[in-house]
Design a protein around this ligand. Sequence first.
Ligand code: 8YV
Length: 309
Amino acid sequence: VLLVSHQVIPYLEQELNKRYNLFRLWDFPQKSQLLTQHGASIRAVVGDAFAGADSDLIEALPKLEIVSSFSVGVDKIDLGKCKEKGIRVTNTPDVLTDEVADLAIGLMLTLLRRICECDRYVRGGNWKHGDYKLTTKFSGKTVGIIGLGRIGAAIAKRAEGFNCPISYYSRTQKQESKYKYYPSVVELASNCDILVVACPLTEETHHIINREVINALGPKGFLINIGRGKHVDEPELVSALLEGRLGGAGLDVFENEPHVPEELFGLENVVLLPHVGSATVETRTAMADLVLGNLEAHFLGKPLLTPLV
Ligand code: 8YV
């Protein structure tokens, strides 16, 4: 018996349904009703970036053996509790790296060259009244990356193709990296044009983008977030953008999805996306296959494909 804690793509839901006795958490207006009635029979949970397995859910599932997440980020899973109880955890690394890195570059180009605004300009019939105003060059801008993991490194590699000098912040310096290391986010922000958030969300990285970092990035600096909304102190970001203390922001994630601060809707120097970093047919299918592969390996007693815990 398997519980899906958040709506996933139809392909994954259908495949899970073929293989397991499936409960969908969203089918139950009262979560407690499902958990009291069926909690004791559930052996696996499939979650994603929006809902995983928090402490309460884990406590309500005494037979839980594995949490297989349809995401690379596992901030919605209580990893400590899983470890303590011997519950295995898997995620979907690697298969989405290209996609998320591509989108990060897309956000940079869209933000600096105002591609969405230009499109709106043409559709709005404005072109015949005059040319669109001049924008900002992307090639050659200094790109500072927070988190030089798989996705951060893939963004760096792409930005190098645009002749962008690369620098980064991470907890520890990567000896093998040729990029410039800054031991603090404020220093990184003071020394780059485009600051990209590409690290996992943890207690340490919660609000890693705060007022001080935003001010260090400054009125000519741009923030790109393809990580998690909670990496950014959103009210601080909104006020910096409204007050012109930050040059612009390209955001795929928000603190309280699907709610996006409406003060941003009227700004030209922001690009707002509905958390679509991995959202292509190719990548979501590969992620789904990895979720299925991990579950199959677990129930056949084989080594997990992408184990975290
Ligand atoms: C997905 C993600 O949007 O992998 C992650 O951490 O945030 C995304 O790939 C999500 O898990 C699908 O619902």
